[in-house]
Design a protein. Structure first.
Length: 235
């Protein structure tokens, strides 16, 4: 008995059904992928804060220096203060392995913790971007090099923000602001996670902030971002 073959119309119908199913599944797969990436990023930034807290415990309460203005690529005469991310001067361009010279490396010893899985490192990243997707709040040293070492952790509210995912606009090779590993709140937050990014407070609490919410917080002086304990405005 001869087998009946599919007609062209039947084949097109099957292809159409498969196309519809794929179109329905792709958004769900994209959401699941982003959820996994954000979960890993949340774990990373929490580990950075936990390492920071442990470092402070081991060093009389003093926070690790945030590498503020210690990019040798831009500041040739800056002293080689060791910071959370690296010991200056930074290699030009920065390389992932230089993070092993940072003061948090002994507590982490895993390059993966320094990178958000959704962060695209291709192209021409800024000097420190090759080492990390995250920045430490420059408030920890008064937003400058003059306050070395950094302040004691007890001077900060547990709700104040210590680390966040750096804004893409501050990752260029010409940016001396973000590229050192420290940041001003005005340097921005990433938008790689559905328009926002992860931040972590001194009490190790991690949360997601949308870009708009970040800008609202960055306008507060003092606030959770502008939290320099040596000034009444936190700036």
């Amino acid at each position: 008995m001869a087998r009946r073959a599919f007609t062209l119309i039947e084949l097109l119908i099957v292809i159409g059904i498969i196309a519809v199913l794929v179109a329905l599944l792709l958004p769900a797969m994209s959401i699941a992928r982003e959820s996994a990436r954000r979960a890993q990023c949340t774990s990373n930034i929490r580990q950075l804060m936990q390492a920071t807290t442990t470092y402070a415990t081991d060093n009389g309460g003093i926070l690790p220096f945030p590498n503020s203005k210690t990019v040798g690529f831009f500041n040739k005469d800056v002293p080689a203060h060791p910071g959370w991310l690296y010991r200056a001067p930074i290699l030009s361009p920065g390389v992932e392995g230089q993070a092993e010279t940072g003061t948090l490396w002994p507590y982490l010893q895993n390059h993966g913790v320094y990178h958000c899985p959704a962060d695209d490192l291709t192209g021409a990243p800024g000097p420190a971007h090759a080492m990390t997707s995250y920045v430490m709040n420059g408030a920890t040293c008064g937003y400058g090099l003059s306050f070395f070492p950094a302040f004691k952790i007890t001077r900060f509210s547990g709700n104040s923000i210590c680390f966040w995912e750096s804004g893409e606009g501050e990752q260029s090779a010409s940016s001396a602001t973000w590229a050192d590993g420290a940041a001003y709140p005005t340097d921005g937050l990433t938008s790689r996670h559905a328009g926002g990014g992860c931040v972590v407070s001194f009490d190790t609490h991690v949360e997601y902030l949308h870009g708009g919410d970040y800008l609202v917080e960055a306008a507060r002086t003092p606030g959770r971002l502008w939290c320099d304990p040596a000034t009444p405005t936190g700036t």
